[in-house]
Design a protein. Sequence first.
Length: 275
Amino acid sequence: MMEYEYTFRKETDFHNRCCGGMLWCIRDICGIICAILTWLLILYAEFVVMSVILIPSPYPFYSVINIIIFQFCAFLAFSSHLKTMFTDPGAVPKGNATKEMIKQMGYREGQVIFKCPKCCSIKPDRAHHCSVCQRCIRKMDHHCPWVNNCVGENNQKYFVLFTFYIAVLSLHSLFLAINQFLMCIKHEWKDCTTYSPPATVVLLLFLIFEALLFAIFTAVMLGTQVQAIWNDETGIEQLKKEQARWVKKSRWKSIQAVFGRFSILWLSPFAKPAP
């Protein structure tokens, strides 16, 4: 059944796809704007941290160490965002709720199946319809405009990594900005930055505000995701307080279902979790 489903999707299902069907892509103007805004905010932090704080720093060791840490986290955060955005979250094949398809998928006559009236698909357990993606998504947690995609069975790992690395990046930026601010107050402003004092103050204050806001926001999102995975529930299931019709996994098995077997690859947005 899974082999047939994969073949059906690969050959005929190009809805919400681009680049010849290779990438999942939601054409939602609000989500696209939010995704671009996310990239611009990361680039702003990159600009201030590098050109205002670290490159002009008179302490080479401090500068090099923090450049490595910041660039490493920024790269992983950006990569996790792209992976979340362009990965199929677990879309159910559209329009497969026909009699012929039901027979080919191996369902018995009289067996109870759930059909989505909006996308005319056979609805698996724990799947929900997303009005933005216009598809039923397996283990749909929520639709996130910041990644212009649903968070579901296939991309939840990448979303968790995105929130984690943005939180780390925000805390690191917050530390660097406050430290630079205090250093500039103690010394002559012209000796601690290549920009004028008013411009430096404005740039640092906006970075502090941005870093603090996103550190809190992503930390809350990260905690929510970890709790949902830990309890083997999605955000929608928690919100609706749905009674579990599925056999709940143990906490460790639930984590492995999202991240795969325990290894350092848990932290990599380039490693797909083994089924």
